[in-house]
Design a protein around this ligand. Sequence first.
Ligand SMILES: [Zn+2]
Length: 347
Amino acid sequence: MTYKRRSMASIMLIVVLLLAACGSNEDSSTAMENSNSDEKLIVYTTLFPIEDFTRKIGGDHVDVESILPPGSDAHTYEPTTKTMVSIAEADGFIYNGLGMESYAEAIADSIEGNNVIMFEASTRIEAIEHKDNHHEEQGTSEDGEHAEEGEHHDDHEASEEEEHAKEDEHHHHGDKDPHVWLDPVRAIAIAENIKNALVELHPEAKEDFEANFQEVKADLKKLDNDFESLTDSKDKPEMIVSHAAYGYWEERYGIHQIAISGLSPSNEPSQKALEEIIHTAKEKNLSYVLFEQNVTPKVAKSLQKEIGAEALRLHNLSVLTDEDIANEEDYFSLMRNNLDTLDKALQ
Ligand SMILES: [Zn+2]
């Protein structure tokens, strides 16, 4: 905590200097600022589902942008000073919560006194406890090399103090599974929280927000049905995944995840835990390892080779890749791709 305070003080100093030096927003004449003239709300978000739902529900009334760079690891991302300034100048900031954004408190501090409202998208949503926590018995801090293609490298020179801050964070939130957006039913509640946030920001458009939310809700119900019929058609839905992001599928649809890394891809397993996974995979004849779009832990790659499994790609939806952006993917197209992958991987 002391680390955060001190760090915020220096960030605020930089902010003041920046503002003094370049006359507030000369440095970012983005589309978002241009559209300011037709009175659109400016909302920043973190995880992609929040961005996508805010865009779908906000419609023409809202300009929305995620602060997470494409392909980054949402668990270890830290906002830059410039991002902090942009958020302070916006109307709203919507984040996931449940410990996903370790910097949320710093943002809350930095926007104090500005006219921007912060909303937690997972408010009043019941989170599950993280059961399979073999990887959390040992320290989580030595690695920092889970990065491969497309990883955001800002966090690589973590100081000792930062490591402590992370451990602290871990201590508070480590046992709640933050990946609520992957459950289509809880995603309805996320969308509703976002709708309520937008109504609070712009009550004049309440009817539009409500109508758009109803559409999102109907699509999520349909998606829930499709998950259910897929898993009903499988005898023993089990999968090996590179990180433990799919606990909500286990709870709702009975898809058992055998996770190589923990709740965050940087929580790597102990040697003993790894041997157990290898043993289970061979015993159960699991022939696929499911990697993700953004982070590929090295340990998952070597495990895949060790058991001679085929690699498939699951999308955790936390961030898009550049390719996803080019393909104009949204929450639903990505989840349908996931259903195709699951159909192949599950027995
Ligand atoms: Zn995750």
